[in-house]
Design a protein around this ligand. Sequence first.
Ligand SMILES: NC(=O)NC1=NC(=O)NC1=O
Length: 173
Amino acid sequence: MDMEQVNSMDFGEFVDVFGNVIERCPLIAAAVWSQRPFSGLEDLEKHFSAFIDALPQSGQEGILRCHPDLAGRELQRGTLTAESQREQSSAGLTSLGAEERLQLAELNARYRARFGFPFVLAARLRDRDAVLRELARRLHRPPAQELRTALGEVKKIGRLRLADLLGGDPARL
Ligand SMILES: NC(=O)NC1=NC(=O)NC1=O
């Protein structure tokens, strides 16, 4: 898909295509559409990020709460979005042993209890050991710092999903 196609999309087409760039937050694509025309992948990504940055903290935490846990119930039940399913399986989270899954579930629960939102990380860029390591490490971060880190991961996930949609090379973003 090239930028001419993107810039000629009506609202419905744009949200159909880009509605899950930020997991389960089609509102963001709906808002970004009105910023068209876009000069390229980075310009699109900049508008998605700017929308997130402009939200009040309650809105930013709401975005995080729209993310399914890593290797959580939704993965077990098969109710993840296609993008999440791909990302979580690429990090090896679909083939965890019972012990590892339990450990991750326990850390996720502690993280959510401490911060009030789920642990979010761009799973496609990590393997399962890194997920556990990152979760254990970030669990003790000050809340304000952790909110910024988590939103940074949301943006990384969004950038990778945009690159998939536009056929770009994520490494070159
Ligand atoms: N809690 C999460 O980090 N979820 C996810 N990260 C990804 O990269 N895909 C997800 O579903």
